[in-house]
Design a protein around this ligand. Sequence first.
Ligand code: NAP
Length: 268
Amino acid sequence: MDLGLQGKKALVCGASQGLGFACAQSLVNEGVEVVIAARTLSALEQAQQTLTEQQQMWAQKHHSKAFGVHIECADVTSQAGRAQIKRNHPEFDILVTNAGGPKAGDFRQWQRQDWLDALDANMLSPIELIKSYIDPMMAKGYGRIINITSSAVKSPLSALGLSNGARAGLTGFVAGLARQSVAQGVTINNLLPGTFETERLRSNFTHQANMQGLSFEQVIKDRLDKHPAKRFGSPHELGQACAFLCGIHSGYINGQNILLDGGSFLGS
Ligand SMILES: NC(=O)c1ccc[n+]([C@@H]2O[C@H](COP(=O)([O-])OP(=O)(O)OC[C@H]3O[C@@H](n4cnc5c(N)ncnc54)[C@H](OP(=O)(O)O)[C@@H]3O)[C@@H](O)[C@H]2O)c1
């Protein structure tokens, strides 16, 4: 299926690795010019190289030009980081918001600053990014905004209270805004990952293993035994879902929270 994305321009945040990188890969494979943002320059440059090679292959196959892969070494949770990106790239057709998730723990230990940090990272930053880019999208009559949130929005995890709270705030805000932008061709949807094979998942499992006095392999086996699909998601699967939602055929999918969890969430 041609998603009709050739020549469109996307900002993918948190995209030097993991789910953000997978979204950038899938968009590059649809002929999108991408800007990838993350905080570590060396990882960004490595991701840029991989994406550029992919883009050149795409261009050759489609007898087209390569549209470019740009990097922004920026903390998207900071005002300065977002301003830097806006300065260099004032408009996008596609915005994928994403950043690291907040720490786990017991809410009795969290101070006000812990909450403010979580709200900044997982609620206010995506909202600020949307605020920066949505009006030009609406003026042009085309835009796709995807927020990578978490399955915890539907199925809260007790140790991830900061994430549960901050992401619920973003979800509520987006639900209202999506109904105001769709008539101008701009859809906003959230992708809710369950367990995907990324660096973050590996570090979560290492933490869990240490807390429970188990080996890393035991934690994985336990999770897989309980998982209806008996496997974790591959980032590529989420990237492809993201590209589909960004495409021209998805203009009537709006304001949705789309779970990608292999059926782990027990609900219909
Ligand atoms: N993987 C899963 O199973 C899963 C499940 C549920 C929810 N999620 C959520 O999905 C999101 C992505 O997870 P992931 O597994 O892809 O994580 P990951 O493998 O750790 O990758 C995170 C990416 O985001 C970048 N990043 C982190 N903080 C950033 C910031 N402040 N500004 C700019 N870039 C930033 C990282 O690079 P730098 O560190 O260099 O900036 C990296 O490129 C997280 O919010 C996570 O909580 C993941």
